[in-house]
Every structure is written in C-alpha cells, then in structure tokens.
Design a binder for this molecule. Structure first.
Ligand code: DAT
Ligand code: MG
Length: 149
C-alpha cells in the first residue's frame, strides 16, 4: 500500500471545507494514518516548495501557505498518490474537472484549496518534512474487506 501527503491550504480552512474534503477521501475508501492542524513556518514552506524556488510565484506561494492554519495529512491506499491527484484536479481550478476538489471548490490558481504529492518520491519527501515516524498510525479499518478484494 502506498502513502501520500495531502494538505488543506489556508483558503480551504478559512472557507470551512475541512470536513467536505476529508469526507471525499474517506468515502472513496482511503485510510487516514496521520493528521495535524498546524501553522507552516517560513522555513518549512521554503523546503516544501523548494522545487519552485526560481518561479515568479514562489514568494506569493510561501506567503500564502504560511498565512494561516493548514491541515496536514497522510493517506494510505492502493495507488493513492495518483488517485488523490485525480481527486484534487488540475492545478488551475478553472481547468480542473467538475467533481474534483479544485474543480468544485476553487477559482484562482493561487487559491486552489489543497496540496497533494505528485510522485512516490515527493510523497516520501513531504511526509518526512511534516511528520515524525511516531505520528503515523498503523491501524486496520474494519471496513477494509469491503473496499479491497
Ligand atoms: P500542484 O499544486 O498541482 O502540484 P505545482 O506543484 O505546479 O502544482 O505548483 C505548486 C503551487 O504553486 C500550486 O498549487 C499553485 C501555485 N502555482 C503554480 N503555478 C502557478 C502560477 N502559474 N501562478 C501562480 N501560482 C502558481
Ligand atoms: Mg506540486
């Protein structure tokens, strides 16, 4: 089973979307294994978005992600990295399909509600940036046998 990192950004928190977003992932059948409500420090934001350091939107992105609380989570399941990227939708919410989180809840690219790891490598890196090993819970949902064959 794969793990991925998903964060509800400050716009999602301010707009009261925490419950709706988490519900979609629970209803899909993925398993929550870590979660915290937290402020992202400038240092953590710079590391997290390191790949975009040279981009013109980098400063705005760091200012935004540090502007208020986020919900940081780890989700586990079959092909979960790719599946959550699909459930999030394209980066620009106006291009994201209806039925996706960004497609249903967002308008502007700089207010696109969620972050999700885009590969196995970034999932590993981002999980390590946001969580200690002891914060990741190994548990067996009773419903699992009705989700996986
Ligand atoms: P994603 O969040 O879909 O993985 P990304 O990694 O390319 O997208 O970019 C990270 C975040 O940076 C994205 O969620 C919103 C912001 N961003 C990306 N491209 C942008 C642009 N052209 N203008 C403003 N913000 C942008
Ligand atoms: Mg990305």
């Amino acid at each position: 089973m794969e793990k991925t990192f998903l964060a509800i950004k400050p716009d999602g928190i301010q707009r009261g979307l925490i419950g709706k977003i988490i519900s979609r992932l629970e209803e899909k059948g993925f398993k929550l294994v870590a979660m915290k409500f937290m402020l992202v420090s400038n240092e953590l934001a710079q590391k997290h978005y390191g790949e975009h350091k040279e981009k013109p939107f980098f400063k705005g992105l760091v200012d935004f992600i540090t502007s208020g609380p986020v919900v940081a989570m780890i989700w586990e399941g079959k092909d979960v990295i790719n599946a959550l990227r699909k459930m999030m939708g394209k980066t620009n919410p106006l291009e994201a399909d209806t039925g996706t989180i960004r497609g249903d809840f967002g308008v502007d690219i700089g207010r696109n509600v969620v972050h999700g790891s885009d590969s196995a490598e970034s999932a590993k890196r981002e999980i390590k940036l946001f969580f200690n090993e002891s914060e990741i819970i190994s548990w067996q949902p009773e419903i699992q046998k009705w989700i996986y064959e």
